[in-house]
Design a protein around this ligand. Structure first.
Ligand code: PGA
Length: 245
């Protein structure tokens, strides 16, 4: 894994956007794997600013998102579909036909999982997957103990994940208990992975990622098996690595 150390969240966002823009310019038909959460917000803001300033086009770009809450429809302000529209898609020239996000309100969720993997295969796989990391090492919503060979599936969210995401909801009880997520095997099939890590509350996860063993109890550790992973991490996320063994 290649590690790019940056000063802070802003520099991480800038660097990530720079890498993504470069890929899009060089391959206008790229399939991007996208993530939600607090981590990529700054990156998306930079993509929007660049699009407005330099007219970088996303007309032929395809996107595949990692996950979606079960029970939240596309227009629900807390759905990831809504997040993506607000933080990126509504502000660039992407063709909405080219956007793929699991449908958390599907009546047949098992079928939704199967067809999501099919869509990814039909696109020829993800060229560049953007990832965040959970405090418990989850990637997408693949919580600890998710088998490394998992495809898109339904997960019960870990209490710590619901707690971390409760900041977006009025009440903790409103945080969905389940989600659809691309599986670990689906993520690993991406040709290239860009993992963004910022802030001291990610330092423990970062340390485990760098120095821990590869284990299903820490899903992100599987990234060590992939041959093209770049991590952009800021000082606060790396800091505990400097003081601990
Ligand atoms: P965050 O979430 O970016 O909001 O910290 C990351 C994750 O849970 O994967």
């Amino acid at each position: 894994m290649n590690l790019i150390k940056v000063e802070n969240y802003e520099e991480m966002s800038q660097k990530a956007a720079e890498i993504i823009i470069n890929k899009v310019v060089n391959n206008p038909k790229i399939t991007l794997g996208l993530a939600t959460g607090g981590t990529p917000e700054g990156t998306y803001q930079h993509l929007i600013e660049n699009h407005q300033k330099n007219q970088t086009t996303y007309q032929h770009v395809k996107t595949v998102n990692l996950d979606e809450y079960i029970g939240l429809g596309a227009t629900d302000p807390n759905s990831y579909r809504h997040y993506m529209n607000e933080h990126l898609f509504n502000h660039i020239d992407i063709d909405f036909e080219n956007i793929h996000i699991p449908n958390g309100a599907a009546t047949n969720l098992q079928e939704e999982c199967r067809s999501y993997d099919y869509v990814i295969d039909q696109l020829g796989g993800v060229d560049l997957q953007i990832l965040g990391i959970g405090r418990n090492g989850h990637i997408g919503f693949n919580e600890p103990q998710t088998p490394f060979n998992s495809k898109t599936h339904i997960v019960e969210l870990a209490p710590s994940t619901r707690k971390a995401n409760a900041r977006y909801f009025n009440r903790f009880d409103n945080v969905p208990t389940h989600a659809i997520t691309m599986g670990i095997a689906s993520i690993l099939k991406s040709k290239e992975i860009l993992l963004l890590v910022s802030g001291e509350d990610k330092a423990e996860a970062m340390q485990r990622l760098q120095h821990g063993e590869i284990s299903e109890s820490f899903p992100a550790s599987v990234l060590k098996k992939h041959n093209n992973v770049t991590i952009i991490a800021d000082k606060k996320a790396i800091s505990s690595c400097l003081v601990s063994p």
